[in-house]
Design a protein around this ligand. Sequence first.
Ligand code: 0L1
Ligand code: MG
Length: 254
Amino acid sequence: MPELLEIAARLDDAAYRAEATPQLAEPLTLEEAYAVQAASLARRYARGERRVGIKMGFTSRAKMAQMGIDEMIWGRLTDGMMVEDGSQIDIADYVHPRVEPEVAFILSAPLPERVTTAAALAAVSGVAPALEIIDSRYRDFKFSLTDVIADNSSSSGFVIGPWSDPRGDLSNLGFVMEIDGVTRQIGSSAAILGNPIRSLVAAARLAEEAGEPLQAGDIVMAGGATAAEQLAPGQHVRLQIQRLGRVEFTVAGI
Ligand code: 0L1
Ligand code: MG
C-alpha cells in the first residue's frame, strides 16, 4: 500500500538523519506495522546494509513497565547497526538514544519455526553479554505498540562482548550495568522470559512467520533484562554478566 511505503520512508529518513518524527497519525494493524518495518529495512538494504539477525523486544517485565507495553515485539539488525566492543559512538548519529543490558546468541545452524529450547540451544555456537542502543525515531520517545514495531522496534545499535560456550545454565546470570563507574541497573537473565533461551525460541518462530527464518551466522539479541538508561555525551557504559564477562562502549563528547 502506498501509505505504508510513505510511512516506511518517513521512519527511515528520521533514522538516517537522526531527526525525530511525529507519532503516526492513524493506528496501524500489527500486520501493517511489520510491513512498514520490512519496507523501511528494504531501504537500508538498498543503501548497502546487510541483515545480520534480529532483536527481541519487551521480553522482560521491567521493559514492559518502563514503556507501558506488554507484548513481545521484534526487529531486524543490520551490519550498519553494529558497534564494536570498546569503541566510541557519536550521539549526533542518534535522536535520543538509550542503552539496555541484554544477552546475544549467535547461530551455527538454521533454526526452524518450531523448536524446543534444547534444539534451539543446539543451534547456538556462542552466547555473549550485549548492550542494545535503542533510539525511537518518534518525538519524545513516545509510541503505541504498532508505532514502535513500524520503527523497527527502536533498533539502532548493538554492541556484543566476547562469545562464550552456550552450554551451561543461562537462566539466572547476574547483570550489572554501570555508567561512568556507577551502577545504574542490576538484574538477572531470569528477567528475560525466565531464561533468554526462550527468547531465542520465540525469535525462531517470529522470523519464520515473517518469511525470514533464522540462519547460521545470525545474531539474536534476546531483549533487555532491566529498564533502559538515557545516553549522554562523554559517558562510559559497561555491562558485566556473571560467567559471560563484560561489554562496553563510550559516547563521544564532553
Ligand atoms: O525491548 C526492546 O528493545 C524494545 C524496544 C522498543 C521500545 C523502546 O524503544 O524502548
Ligand atoms: Mg532491547
